[in-house]
Design a protein around this ligand. Structure first.
Ligand code: PXG
Length: 291
């Protein structure tokens, strides 16, 4: 069935949801996005995602013509218009239409569109058997070049890393920062477990401060695990007992191999499994009602 798309205040058919070729989102990747999951008729962590969207807008000097509440409502309305109870909502805000040339001040009106659909990052069996990952030569750009906190429409860096991973026969790629320390995967944050202690790189090492990453911090407290932020090299991953990845699209997924080294015994670890279960329970039990 064709999607119903929220576009600049109206719900339209997918075939009618069109942008100008002069939109700076298309011409320069000048814009931002969010990806949010909804489970059981409820949008998970809606406010957190929309607040991050507004932070991205502020960072790129994009003045939002909608309030936070209006964007939350539009997100819920799009899920409802598509008759979905479970899926993935993708919000995109572009700088809008303007003449050729970088100057964003010549684009008076930003555009927003919202898609409610589904997303599958990895085959279902990877959630039970674990992911195989390779290190990419494509580095995460320095935070001083473009902050990884801005969810911008410039994802080529991550796309190229993903291509490397696929070419190597892996499902996901590990991205290092310019100093060679672990940053994150192409669309997921990373958590490493050694002797019961959970470690994740600080976001200053070049990762997005994922909403799912924050859920893991919360679950670690509930489940009684020590969680620390520490700069890591690949050695820390090769010698870990367990590793798992997190993201809205990815959810929580075990990683069992990196660069041909088995992590732990090469199967998803017990602590990772506890987090996967706890995440699913939480995601299915709270959120903003769609109905
Ligand atoms: N790192 C990067 C670079 C991301 O883009 C995450 C981590 C996880 O963050 P959250 O807040 O989702 O826990 C992301 C998430 C898509 C898509 O097509 C979006 C992401 C990842 C993969 C696909 O919408 N962003």
């Amino acid at each position: 069935m064709a999607h119903k798309i929220w576009l600049d205040g109206q719900i339209v058919d997918e075939s009618e949801a069109k942008l100008s070729v002069f939109d700076h989102g298309v011409l320069y990747g000048d814009g931002i996005f969010e990806g949010i999951r909804f489970y059981n008729g409820r949008v998970f962590r809606l406010e957190e995602h929309i607040e991050r969207l507004f932070d991205s807008a502020k960072a790129i000097l994009l003045k939002m013509p909608w309030t936070l509440e209006e964007v939350c409502q539009a997100t819920v309305d799009t899920c409802k218009a598509n008759g979905l109870t479970d899926g993935y909502v993708r919000l995109v805000i572009t700088r809008g239409t303007g003449p050729l040339g970088l100057n964003p001040h010549q684009c008076p009106t930003p555009s927003m569109f919202i898609i409610a659909s589904g997303i599958t990052l990895y085959p279902e069996e990877c959630y039970t058997n674990g992911l195989e990952v390779v290190t990419c030569s494509t580095r995460r750009p320095a935070p001083a070049a473009l902050s990884p906190q801005v969810k911008s429409l410039n994802y080529l860096n991550n796309v190229m890393a993903k291509v490397e991973a696929i070419k190597a026969g892996a499902q996901e790629g590990l991205m290092l920062n310019e100093q060679g320390y672990v940053a994150e995967c192409t669309g997921d944050n990373i958590f490493v477990i050694k002797r019961g202690v959970i470690t994740t790189p600080p976001v200053s090492d070049g990762s997005l401060d994922g909403i799912t990453r924050q859920v893991i911090f919360q679950l670690a407290e509930t489940l009684g695990y020590t969680l620390q932020e520490k700069t890591m090299t690949r050695y820390d991953l090769y010698t870990a007992d367990e590793v798992f990845l997190t993201g809205t699209a990815a959810e929580v997924i075990p990683m069992v191999k990196l660069d041909e080294r088995e992590i732990g015994d090469g199967t998803p670890g017990e602590i990772s499994k506890k987090f996967i279960t706890a995440f699913r329970e939480l995601a299915n039990s709270e959120g903003t009602e769609i109905a």
